[in-house]
Design a protein around this ligand. Structure first.
Ligand SMILES: Cc1cn([C@H]2C[C@H](O)[C@@H](COP(=O)(O)OP(=O)(O)OP(=O)(O)O)O2)c(=O)[nH]c1=O
Length: 190
């Protein structure tokens, strides 16, 4: 079994890989995401995951896994908010609407590289300004695309999820295992 490397600084992705029972180490890539421009949301997440994976493949040998998550509201791309003000704007925009969460995944094994993405629809109920401010004060927004975490108190904003839940948290496990198996990397569920 080749060594597995998670090319991500996201604590959520780390615990999701642990959930699969895989042994791996974490090496964070130094990709400057703000420099990458792409209008098509799915192309953006695929490209960013590929850049993160290839950056780590330069310094590590083994199976490299990288991902990138964005929120998409009426074709407008929401990444991580730069400050509380932007978080407030994002959550106000998401209020009462359906948005998409897209996560691109790249797996590199030697000379082979696979890139794919998963999309999940998330429906928010109407939010009032007071609870948006309260949520922002928990400090949960700034490291998350769209300024919320479905896995934390942000859960109370979510009326419905259509698609893979883990994709929203940052790594679709069903998609990842499908990709690992395509590369003949066995994931034993025991
Ligand atoms: C929508 C949503 C996003 N997120 C997170 C997943 C990602 O970690 C983050 C989007 O930022 P990313 O740039 O995808 O990832 P990252 O900067 O956290 O880590 P790295 O680039 O090193 O891999 O938003 C949640 O945790 N919950 C949610 O409900």
């Amino acid at each position: 079994m080749k060594k597995i490397i998670l090319a991500s600084g996201s604590p959520r992705r780390k615990s999701l890989l642990e959930q699969l029972g895989l042994k791996f180490k974490v090496v964070v890539s130094d990709v400057d995401e703000s420099k990458v421009k792409e209008v098509d949301p799915k192309e953006l997440v695929k490209r960013l995951s590929y850049l993160k994976a290839t950056a780590v493949a330069k310094v590590e040998e083994g199976v490299i896994i990288a991902a990138d998550t964005i929120v998409c509201l009426n074709n407008k791309i929401l990444e991580k908010p730069k400050d509380d003000k932007e978080a407030f704007e994002m959550l106000s925009d998401l209020s009462g609407r359906t948005h998409q969460v897209l996560t691109g995944i790249t797996v590199i094994k030697g000379e082979e590289a696979l890139t794919d993405y998963e999309k999940t629809d998330v429906i928010f109920r109407d939010l009032d300004k007071r609870e948006i401010r309260e949520y922002i004060s928990t400090g949960a927004c700034l490291d998350k695309a769209g300024a919320y975490g479905i896995q934390d108190q942000g859960a109370v904003f979510v009326k419905k999820v259509d698609g893979c839940f883990y994709n929203v948290v940052g790594l679709s496990l069903v998609k990842l295992v499908e990709m690992l198996r395509l590369l003949d990397i066995e994931v034993a569920l025991n």
